[in-house]
Design a protein around this ligand. Structure first.
Ligand SMILES: CC(C)(COP(=O)(O)OP(=O)(O)OC[C@H]1O[C@@H](n2cnc3c(N)ncnc32)[C@H](O)[C@@H]1OP(=O)(O)O)[C@@H](O)C(=O)NCCC(=O)NCCS
Length: 302
């Protein structure tokens, strides 16, 4: 039986090398994953998180786990395990680490745990064995063969801005409704997020109109550097087309426009997340040319 204990300062360099090796392995599985790893930044973050990090010690270290306990929109606390927050040699190492860590997270009031995992059967299985289920998928695309497919004549696409907040909110309500959220309860926080997004000079907001009426929108912004993403990556979000305008190529033309714009501003890759239950979004992104790299898994802490 392995000893599960808190991380010591002396362990940090070794854990950083495990994380770097894992990332290299993931990038070999999928070239859309960036293998470059800033070990110094990771080591100083890990030093600050020693108390919330456990290692599996079998004479040598065979795994580690760190989860950030954060309050979610529903006022309930959840635990977020980043892509560099876990490593393990065998599923039994993960199981022992998770048992100790989840007991601590529960005692701190957390109700659920989220983790990003490489989208391969062998990577997902150890988590499924612990009761985790897929909630989101992460898609990446290289921007090397961009297209500009036209909209039907009655539609135009344009860059929006802060003056378009009411349009953005109305379309965001639809997306929330479509995704099964509580539109009224979440409106204030979504409005706050949207204002921040649209007013951010780094963010590009695109609207498709039909005779002056908004029928679709999306947001694109450059991602800050982060593990597993290539530098110069644009993140797409908030993509929605009004129901009675779907399957006419509107989202395709809108994303063409957003990606051409992002490419002109220096992006070489684009990323997007979709809910795993959102069958049409998944079909759309895969058809567009995105590849699923990671999935976000969730488990309840009972
Ligand atoms: C996903 C969504 C944005 C697609 O918009 P759209 O304008 O209908 O997409 P397009 O017409 O450009 O579709 C392009 C291709 O994507 C795929 N696709 C789009 N919708 C699909 C669906 N419902 N089922 C299966 N494939 C679909 C098809 O391959 C389609 O090509 P085809 O129509 O020639 O078969 C739209 O359905 C929508 O707003 N959904 C609700 C909000 C949402 O889920 N947003 C995404 C969040 S990540």
């Amino acid at each position: 039986m392995a000893l599960i204990r808190n991380l010591d300062a002396e362990d940090i360099g070794f854990i950083a090398s495990r994380v770097a090796n894992r990332l290299r392995y993931e990038a070999e599985q999928n070239p859309l994953i960036n293998p470059l790893f800033d070990a110094d930044a990771f080591e100083s973050a890990l030093f600050g998180a020693r108390e919330g990090t456990w290692v599996c010690d079998e004479g040598s270290l065979t795994g580690h786990i760190y989860g950030a306990v954060l309050q979610g929109a529903s006022e309930q606390s959840g635990v977020w395990i980043g892509p560099d927050g876990v490593s393990f040699d065998s599923p039994s190492d993960l199981k022992e680490l998770y048992e100790v860590a989840s007991t601590e997270w529960k005692s701190r009031g957390a109700h659920e745990v989220f983790v990003w995992v490489l989208n391969t059967e062998s990577s997902l299985q150890p988590w499924r064995d612990l009761g985790f289920e897929t909630v989101h998928e992460h898609g990446v695309m290289k921007l090397d063969a961009l297209r500009s497919r036209p909209l039907a004549n009655e539609y135009v696409v344009r860059l929006g801005g802060p003056q378009d907040l009411s349009t953005a909110l109305a379309l965001d309500d639809l997306l929330e409704q479509y995704q099964g959220g509580d539109v009224e309860a979440s409106r204030a926080s979504r409005e706050e997020d949207l204002i921040e997004t649209i007013e951010d000079p780094d963010t590009s907001y695109f609207i498709v109109e039909n005779d002056g009426d908004p029928v679709a929108h999306c947001v694109s912004f450059p991602l800050p550097p982060r593990r597993s993403s290539h530098d110069e990556t644009a993140h797409l979000s908030d993509v929605v087309v009004l129901e009675n305008h779907r399957r006419r190529g509107i989202a395709t033309a809108l994303i063409d426009e957003a990606l051409n714009h992002a490419h002109q501003e220096g992006a070489r890759f684009a990323e997007v997340n979709w809910r795993s239950t959102n069958v049409q979004a998944k079909a759309f992104w895969l058809d567009y040319g995105f590849t699923s790299t990671y999935v976000r898994l969730q488990a309840k802490l009972s």
